[in-house]
Design a protein around this ligand. Structure first.
Ligand SMILES: [Zn+2]
Length: 89
């Protein structure tokens, strides 16, 4: 680890100061989780949930692009599975 970590969950990248996960971190995650796409989805899902909570705790505005940034690009790492979607929790 240590490649472009977030300053805090839901915050900007510690290294390049872009919204996290930045492009560099997304690339690093693809390498780190190569062949384990569902793990990567769970990992980013956790970060997304933590980020929403942390921003709330800090009184920061809701970031509507956070879900897309954490999870929107992950369909490229998952095998096509038709219409399957998760949503209820
Ligand atoms: Zn970065």
């Amino acid at each position: 680890m240590g490649h472009h970590p977030p300053r805090y969950a839901g915050g900007p990248c510690f290294v390049c100061n872009k919204p996290w996960p930045c492009f560099e971190r997304q690339l690093a995650s693809l390498v780190e989780f190569a062949g384990r796409g569902s793990l990567l989805v769970a990992y980013m899902g956790d970060w997304h949930r933590l980020g929403v909570e942390e921003r709330e705790r800090r009184g920061l505005p809701f970031d509507p692009e956070m879900e897309l940034r954490h999870l929107g690009w992950l369909d490229m790492v998952l095998p096509a599975q038709g219409e399957r979607r998760s949503g209820d929790g």
